[in-house]
Design a protein around this ligand. Sequence first.
Ligand code: HEC
Ligand SMILES: [Cu+2]
Length: 356
Amino acid sequence: MGQRMKRRNMGKSKSVRALLGIGMFVGWLQTCFAADDSPKAAPINIFSPSSTPAIEISHLAVFVFCITGVVFAVVAGLLVLVIFRYRARKQDDPSEPPQVYGSNQIELAWTVIPVLIVVVLFLATARVIFAIQDAPKPASALDVTVTGHQFWWEFRYPKLGIVTANELHVPVSDPNHPTPTYLKLMSADVDHSFWVPELAGKTDLIPNRVNELWIDPLRTGVYLGQCAQFCGMEHAKMLIRVYVDTPDGFASWVNNQRQIGNQDSAAQAGRHVFETQSCINCHTVSGTVATGRFGPDLTHLMSRSTIASGIALNNEKNLHDWIKDPDHFKRGCLMPAMQLSDEQIDGIVAYLSTLR
Ligand code: HEC
Ligand SMILES: [Cu+2]
């Protein structure tokens, strides 16, 4: 087989492999989105900003895109024009064309114009960065401390005494009476990044450092986000749900979260299993012996619509499957499969279902 032939064959098997790869990727995407226990919500959208920082960033992005778009059109247009108009023709004289050196006008133009463009982009960007970073914090602002964990989010409301996970509740902010939320971003282990594109730009959560971010959502609803920094195996399954509530809705959510753990006597047997397993070393249920802080606080577990940072809907079946084998949902997550019997798990799920 000639060298040429071999190369052609290799090329073929490479493209077949690439096609297979793409096919597998699409298949995987479908399983991701079609799994019937996965929560459904509008996809993450960078094109509908609904909070002041996101709106300002979005305007800046459009501005930068227009300028760079014009630059691209001019450069690519000239390139295409030159390639076609001055292409080598048969009847052309093959000798070297006249060489031109040094033209002050041309050199000045191609130096000064790009410098001006860069200065404009720089000033526009700096203005937005400072406007967002230096925005005065109103007294009516809500404080939340966000801690990134492998692979879930902890939310603490220090002034309200609330601890929750993965689903952040904040009040809608009326521009006339703003109630923005200020987030303090920290990490318990490695770098993470808090990114809810409709509400604000992404900001990293870095160990031994406190970063800040604020949002003032102008519309109620659920906003989806995502950890935007590779933080380990299950980084892609570290989702964020921000519930922007009406003032009344937020007040009643706060009221419920502040109740000490439910002392329902209905699920005593399950509670006993839960409290005699090492669940309590990693999870807190306020008012009980469970005081662990390695995993999400379960005091009001049932007030969340999803479990394991948005990977599965919060229902009895998924809770059962999760406790039986967390890896089935998130391979490499940091909760172990506890090797419990189905009866023990049913008991625990019955108990967890009372934690409203
Ligand atoms: C070694 C620590 C550890 C132990 C032991 C442990 N968990 Fe977990 N658990 C975690 C971590 C970490 C997560 C978060 C996983 C993730 O989302 O990546 C979690 C998540 C959960 C969740 C989902 C919470 C939510 O809001 O998303 C439930 C429910 C849960 N665990 C129940 C249990 C039960 C019941 C037991 C005992 C049978 C148990 N866990 C034992 C660490 C632990
Ligand atoms: Cu992360």
